[in-house]
Design a protein around this ligand. Sequence first.
Ligand code: PLP
Length: 416
Amino acid sequence: MSTRLWHPFSDMAAVDGHEFVVDRGEGPWVFDEAGQRYLDGCASLWYANIGHGRQELAEVAMAQMGKLEAYSCFADIANRPALELADRLAGLAPVDDAKVFFGSGGADAIDTAVKLARGYWQARGEHQRVHVVSRETGYHGTHGYGTSITGIPPNREGWGVLAGENTVAPLHDLDGVEKVFAEVGPERIAAFVIEPVTGAGGVHLPVEGYIEGVAELCRRHGVLLIIDAVIAGFGRLGTWFGIERFGVRPDMITFAKGVTSGYLPLGGVIAAGDVAAPWWTTPGERTLRHGPTYSGHPTACAVGLATLDIYEREGLIPRGQELENPLFEALAPLTSHPYVHEVRAGFGFLAAVELEQDVLDGVPDAPNVLLRAVRKAGVLVRGLGKGVAVSPPLVVGQEEIDLLARAIRSGLEDLP
Ligand code: PLP
């Protein structure tokens, strides 16, 4: 029977009638409707950091819904979970005098951050600062700005003219970034947007000095630095926001995914007090004419608070760093497989296995063929442009990491 459900990022003509229906989850495992168990090797879409099926969070959501399911935070209205979660996140983030703006996911966090950067410069009279720089392989969601600034060309193509003036800088080449700044004119650049480790763009690990160098370049030219921690945050790199590992204090951080571990949709921007100042300093001077209906949604924020409690209580945040070497060691032997071009792992609890070009040329849609072969071996991974990515929940141990590596090897053996 034909489906009515239009899946994101999918070839519906191929998917229609062949859906893989996930039915329930428990810790790092999920089960299909026939009761078959799979290791969630990718934390769903890089978010199920605390694992699935936590009744505690269902109870928190139920209690909050029973009391006040939702109420908008426009103008002077607030709710206690949103106030408390903003305080908690502001206290954890490496951002000076932080203010927290909530939305419902990563893409709207990016749109908010870029608009705040542009509004900040307009308010300060630097009207020419509208240009946004991002970097190759960067994925920043699929809303207006995220589509404009993405460093993944197929995500930008096919939409006609996009929002804003943007340039994509080279992935690992700091001199190349300086060149972009010089070509655009640093006085015209509003912000640089960057993931500490690119996720959806292929899991590209940081090269020595690049992020720190970008931060220094931004500081030198007064460009606002926006760290997209939508994947990197909440333990994935072993810290709260990923960027702590580089000793950098950005002007804004975008977050989503792990803040609730996906139990409810939530995301937002943590902005430095200086960035927020044009809208916070003098009553009557300026209203922020931006914000979604569900900003500060009390049930989502209550679940966010309870998720942070779990991270702290179970010591899950450092796990992303503790597990990076075990993951590297389990996957590194795949490098010698004739179909494998490269394994990228060893910084944070995420990795990519990239296929050789002749496999990509010879097997139509090879990454998705591989992920289905790995699924047959009992593990869910995510297809990327040139291979598969893994980013298991932070609750797994060595046994699950070994299973993951075995299943990828078995999937490679199954490739036509
Ligand atoms: N930014 C990054 C780094 C992401 O990985 C994603 C999603 O994967 C987004 C932004 C967009 O988040 P969402 O899909 O919640 O809109």
